[in-house]
Design a protein around this ligand. Structure first.
Ligand SMILES: Nc1ncnc2c1ncn2[C@@H]1O[C@H](COP(=O)(O)OP(=O)(O)O)[C@@H](O)[C@H]1O
Ligand SMILES: [Mg+2]
Length: 459
């Protein structure tokens, strides 16, 4: 690359951003890392925009000062005349070491390439993961989770509606190295609707807060005040076990409101739901044991409401116990199932409202969200607007990209615009969890995928 012989000149008036007024002939593009050498400093910088006007102009941000010892990302300086060099892989390594970016998730797609790494410490924020169907979200998310699970002690709970993560505990036989070794030692539980005893995905009705019980039973505190009142005093009717165990008793009893409540339970078909824990451990109890990973295989229940009940019971209980401040990463794949602004059934609304609350207030209690979906409009704005990390995969809709730009001002527009041309497995990472916004090709998975695409049978 003839960058040095071109001797591009940069200036920075504010010590934060820079501009190269004439970059004709250079190959730097949005996403390229460069080093700017001025009288007194060597500074690492990111090109965020390349104009296609004449003369070609580059703009970007200064990332930090390169020093004898390494790098200082807290310092950047003004200069009138700086010479632009291409950054090399060793400089990027220095950036990663300085910032603590140690989760290697792929390789950089722009100059100078080399390993792409995320900061594990910054998963203490909420993350939004977006890309159209088939862009490779679930696969890439798996790569990132493998790294997090192997190299941190942060418990992860995966809400998995398509059984995509049910084999996360199984490594490919040829997977070697420190990440694979660490993954083999992790406690990874997979809870399924029809799993083995002790590994079934279950929830306890009586353990739910009143508002959630009412949502499941579709009881309104005013319109159905007598039944609602029975619900308040349910604990006095049921000494042990579940509501469902005393149903015959309620149906046969003298109390009209209790009878109506019991009829409602029967009419809604709640007795046939397999989700109720009864003698088995509930999801809240298993997650409470703090395994390294708990995969909740939410598909496969006989009715769609049951996955909402599981989500609601777990989110309620984590919220209720928030003062314990025990960190957990809640990964929600196909997040529109639980967080869409268009959900309108009482249980779904209860789940979404809890997620909005966790998005707004959960961070300081260690309740961190990672939501993956196809379009920004599919997740409630009250949740997306709280996300400090962005992973964007291929997305062709200009309107969706524009919307993302309004939420994620820290993602350079010129990098967002690359998204329609991403190949499967390519992503833009921006926000706190990456040392600088980066276009990345994600690595290959070490663990097995669950329900991948069904192939066309061939003769
Ligand atoms: N980086 C990758 N390398 C190899 N195969 C991939 C990669 N990303 C996705 N795939 C495959 O492409 C298909 C769709 O990917 P997936 O992650 O399920 O997309 P999405 O979740 O965005 O719909 C899956 O069968 C998956 O195995
Ligand atoms: Mg997916």
């Amino acid at each position: 690359m003839p960058a040095e012989s071109l001797r591009l000149s940069a200036r920075s008036d504010d010590g934060r951003s820079f501009i190269v007024a004439n970059a004709a002939g250079s190959a730097f593009v949005a996403g390229s890392l460069i080093v700017i050498v001025s009288d007194r400093h060597r500074q690492l910088a990111l090109v965020e925009d390349r104009s296609e006007t004449t003369p070609v102009r580059l703009r970007g941000r200064l990332i930090g000062e390169l020093t004898e010892e390494g790098m200082n990302t807290r310092a950047s300086h003004t200069f009138e005349h700086g010479l632009v060099e291409a950054a090399d892989v060793a400089t990027v390594e220095t950036l990663h070491e300085t910032t603590g970016a140690m989760l290697e998730v792929g390789v950089g797609l722009t100059q100078p390439g080399g390993p792409a790494r995320l900061l594990p410490q910054r998963f203490n924020r909420h993350t939004f993961w977006c890309g159209q169907s088939g862009s490779g979200k679930t696969y890439a998310l798996g790569v990132v989770l493998e790294q997090l699970i192997a190299h941190t002690a942060l418990p992860v709970v995966i809400f998995d509606p398509n059984s995509d993560f049910v084999r996360l505990g199984e490594l490919h036989p040829d997977a070697t190295g420190p990440t694979a070794k660490a993954l083999r030692e992790r406690d990874i539980r997979v809870l399924r609707p029809h799993g083995e005893p002790g590994a079934r995905l279950r929830a306890r009705f009586l353990g739910l807060p009143l508002s959630s019980k009412a949502a499941i039973l579709q009881i309104d505190p005013i319109a159905d005040r007598e039944e609602f009142n029975e619900l308040i005093h349910l604990r006095s009717i049921i000494e042990s076990g579940e509501l469902f165990d005393v149903l015959p008793q309620l149906l046969a009893g003298e109390n009209a409101a209790q009878r109506r409540l019991a009829e409602r339970v029967e009419n809604l078909g709640l007795l046939d739901w397999e989700v109720w824990a009864r003698q088995e451990p509930a999801v809240t109890e298993i997650v409470g044991e703090r395994p390294d990973v708990t995969v909740l295989d939410l598909g496969g229940f006989s009715t769609p409401e049951q996955q909402l009940v599981v989500a609601l019971s777990l989110l309620d209980s984590l919220w209720e116990r928030r003062e314990e401040r025990r960190p957990v990463l809640l990964v929600i794949d196909e997040a529109h199932n639980l967080a869409s602004p268009r959900l309108d059934s009482p249980i779904a609304v209860a789940v979404r409202e809890r997620l909005i609350q966790i998005a707004a207030e959960g961070r300081k209690f260690g309740l961190w969200l990672l939501l993956s979906t196809q379009r920004p409009a599919k997740v409630h704005p009250g949740i997306i607007s709280q996300c400090d990390n962005l992973a964007l995969m291929k997305m062709t809709s200009p309107a969706d990209l524009e919307e993302l730009g309004t939420y994620f001002g820290y993602a350079p527009a010129a990098l967002l615009e690359r998204s329609p041309w991403f190949r499967q497995g390519e992503a833009l990472f921006a926000g706190g969890f990456v040392p600088a916004p980066a276009l990345v090709k994600v690595h290959t998975r070490l663990t097995r995928e669950g329900g991948s695409d069904v192939r066309v049978p061939m003769r």
